[in-house]
Every structure is written in C-alpha cells, then in structure tokens.
Design a protein around this ligand. Sequence first.
Ligand code: ADP
Length: 473
Amino acid sequence: MSIRLRLTLIYTAILALLLLVINVMLYVGQTQAMVRGDQFVIKAEASRIMKAWPIPPPSGGGQIPPDGGPMPPERFREIYVQTRSLDGEVVQTDANLGGLILPFNRKVLLALQQGERPVETVTLGSEDFLVYHDLLRKPDTPRLIIQVAMPLSHRARFLTTFRTTLLAASAIILGGVFGVSWVLAGLALRPIHRITQTAQEIGAQRDFNRRVDHAGPNDEIGQLATTFNGMLNELQDAYVQVEQSLQNQQRFVADASHELRTPLTTLRGNLGLLQRQPPISTEDRADVLEDMVDETERLMRLVNDLLILARADAKRPLRNESIALKPLVTDITDQVKLLAPHRALVCDPCPEEATITGDEDALKQILLVLLDNALKHTPPQATITLTTSVDDEHVNISVRDNGPGIEPERLPHIFDRFYRSDDARTEGGTGLGLAIAKELTEAQNGTIKVASEAGQGSVFTLIFPGAKEATVT
Ligand code: ADP
C-alpha cells in the first residue's frame, strides 16, 4: 500500500472515529432529550386531564358507575386514557385505542400504592406507547387508577430520520475528507516522488551528474533532497575514482604484460638458437647463454618490482618502528660502494644521532632506488652526495648528483609506473624504481620530492617522521 493511500486512510479513519463519537453523543443526547420531553408532555397532559375530569358524582354512595362515566372531552388526538379500579380491573377504555387495552402489572400497582407515579413504555399491537399511571383523586368520586398513554411512533420516526441524516452527513464528510486528504498527501509527497524518479533514472542511466531539483523550504523533504544530492556528489567522486583506478589498473596490467613479453621473447629466441641443428658455434653459444642470463635477471628484477608495487597497491601494512639513521645510511653507502667501487659517493654532512619512524627494509629499498638511479643516469665521473638533516619532527635524506639532470617536461612523469628515458630503456631499466620509492615513502607517512635542472644534476629528497637524540639501537 502506498504512503499516499496509507496517509489518506489514516486521516479518514481518525475523522471517522471522531464522527462516530460525535454522532453517538448527538444521538444519545437527542434520544434522552426526547424521552425527557415525552415524559414531561405526558405528565402535563395527565394532570390537565385529571383536573378536568368530568365524571359526575356517583349515584350510589361512592360506587363507580358501570360505564365509568364520560371521558374528558378536551385532549389531544394522540393521547389515550384508560381507567382501572384499584384492584387493577379495566373500568373505562379509550375508543380511540380501537379496542386495544393498555396493559397493567403488579409492579405498577405496588408503585402506585407507595405514592409513586410510574411511567412505562409498553408495546401495543405493533406500536410503542409511553404510559403514565396515577390515582384519580376527586372529591366525591370513586378512586380510580388512571392510565394516560401516548404513542412513541413520532419519536421513533424522528430518531430514524435523525440517524439517517447523521449517517448521510458523515458519509459525505468522510468522502470529502478522503478526497482532500488524497490530494494533499499527493502534493506533500510529490517531491519524494521526484527524488524517487531521479534515483531510478540515475540508476538506469548511470548518470551521476544529475541532481534532485528542489526549490521548496528546508523542511524534512528539503533536507532529504539536500542529503540525497550530497550522497550523489560523494557517489560521483567515488565513481570517478573507481573508474580512474580501474583505468590505471588496466594500463598497469597492459604495460606489465608488454614489459614481461620482451625478455620472454628474447629468451624464446635464444632457446631456438640453442636447439638449432647443426648446433651453433661454441662462441655464439656462450654469447647466447650470457644474453639469456641477462634477460633472466631483467625478468627477475621486473617481477620483483611488480610484486613490490602489487603489495603497495594492496596496502599491505609496513612496520612502524624506530630506526637509527646513522647505521642505516652507513649500511646503504657501504653496499653501494661495493657494487660501484669506482664511483664517487660521499656523505655530507654525515648523519646525526637521530631516528626515523618507519620500516627498515622499505627505507633501504627507497635509498637503493635513488642511489642506483644516480649511478645509472649519470656519467662515471659524476659525484653522488648523500645529505641528512634533522629537525624536531622530521628527518630529511637527500641524494644529489651532478649528472645531466632531468628536462622540465619529463620531470612531472618520472614517478609514473613504467616511465623511463630512452637511454634507460635500452639499458634495461624497468621504469618502476621511482614509482616504488614513492609508494613505499608514502606508505610510511613520508614524502618524496625532486628538484632537477638539465645539465646541473638532480636532488631527490625524502622527508620522514622522526626526531633528533632519540634512543639509538
Ligand atoms: P628506471 O631507473 O628503471 O628507468 P625509474 O623509475 O627509477 O626507472 O626512473 C624513471 C626515469 O627518471 C629514468 O628513466 C630517468 O630518465 C629519470 N631519472 C631518475 N633518476 C635520475 C637521475 N638521478 N638523473 C637523471 N635522470 C633520472
């Protein structure tokens, strides 16, 4: 059942209940007033009749005349009189009653004997009568019980008409209120209907640019429209983000497949050479094997880098520990000096006693990427300088070189996955080093910055949470 119909029915039902209570009160009140009115009328009529009772004095010493004497002449047509002796025997009947006798019982007799004037409702034939009982006490007149009756058909007729009128009026009012409530509920719910329609259209067309158009006041419906539009804003942002990340993911998978295919194709070609009949010369075979080792190493590096990035994408949590800066830097520089003993690598100024908050393995990996790049992308005579500085909240580590630098137009792209210079491409660079360094740095709440000038060299700076004079392990 719709809310509109439910609201309409609720309003109508409440009104129906109210009308029922009012109608019952009116009907009962009217009935009681009529009963009181009828009793008043019959009592007044009875006393008038009794005052005017024209029974002549009895001829024989207090005996009741056998015909009971004449009936009082002036009375309303609808008032009937009947007399009974004190032991209840009918003395006179009213000719207007058409031969019917007004009933009488012991209870009434007892009440009369106790001085009461009982009024009873009796059914005579098919009609109800209100009957007043009293004792006729006239001087020189035998004592009689007088029954004055009045038909109640007028009351029944009036009450039936009254009931029908009340029911008809209530039905008309209820019908009218149902119609008005239906229209009003429809008007009140129209904005909700519009919101529902917009939501359905957005769902069907996947058009998150649409908004609910509500120009009304900021009432409950206005707030619903505002909340709905706010939710659409969020949904649109989320949708754009998901779409972008899906596109990035697809590009990444396509790039990764492409990168993996190159060494695999080379390996497949080399295996073909080794299988050739007649076999290739021993010298060529040695070259092919060397080439295969290089390609396999490249493949391993690439798979390793892809694995690191996949883990970073999955937001696998890194450790969050205090790492002493000095041993970390010493360890890394020693490692690099072993790999490139002829290169100039200096530490200036050398690290202070400080700690970084992060993951040691990840930190080493980042520094190795930066130092490896400085070695790879600069001529052998270039100098690489490692600088550290510490303030109250941060530890900064910079890797500076005086190599060829990076052109301004390439600078914004160097952290992109698979982005590399043409030289790096031929030298077997994967283009993933800086992307990994950035992911790992940010995963430890750090930032990575680059400043470079073509022909002057480059500076990569890492900023990590950390502090001076912390406990050194
Ligand atoms: P890769 O080193 O495998 O090519 P990276 O993501 O580490 O990939 O680097 C991306 C590109 O940034 C490199 O190809 C290179 O062109 C440039 N680059 C990075 N470091 C330096 C540097 N120290 N000097 C000059 N160019 C650099």
